[in-house]
Design a binder for this molecule. Sequence first.
Ligand SMILES: [Fe+2]
Ligand SMILES: [Fe+2]
Length: 136
Amino acid sequence: MAFMEWNEKLSTGIKEIDNQHKKLVEQINVLHSAMREGKAKEVLGKILDELKAYTKYHFSTEEKAFEKYNFLEKASHTKKHNDLIKQLDGIIDQYKAGSLTLSINLLDFLNKWISEHILKDDMKYAPVLRGKEIDV
Ligand SMILES: [Fe+2]
Ligand SMILES: [Fe+2]
C-alpha cells in the first residue's frame, strides 16, 4: 500500500486540479519509497526539488484561476501557499546542508499539510471554479 492515498473525499470536482493533486500525492509516495529504500542523498535531494517545483506550478495554477474568476479569498489562500513554499525551501536547504535527515515525520507533515489544505482551503474555491475553464 502506498504511503499516501488519494481518495474521492479529496476531489474538488475540477478535473485539472484533481489531476495535479493526484500528481502531488504520487510525488510524496516517490519520496517515501526512495527514503525507505535508502537512496543516496543526491537522489533524495533531486526528488525534493521536483516536489517543490511541482508544488509551485500547482499553486500558480490555482492562483491564476483565483485571479481570473475573482475568488474572494485569494489573498489568504495565496498566503498559505507561500508559507508552505517557504517551509519547503527551509527543509530542502537544511537537508542539503546536512543538518536535517529525511524522516517519516517529515513525510507525515507533508501528507497532512496537503490533505488538510485540500480539504479545508481548496474546497472553498471548488464551488466557485467548478465548470470553469482552468488554465494550467
Ligand atoms: Fe491545491
Ligand atoms: Fe491551494
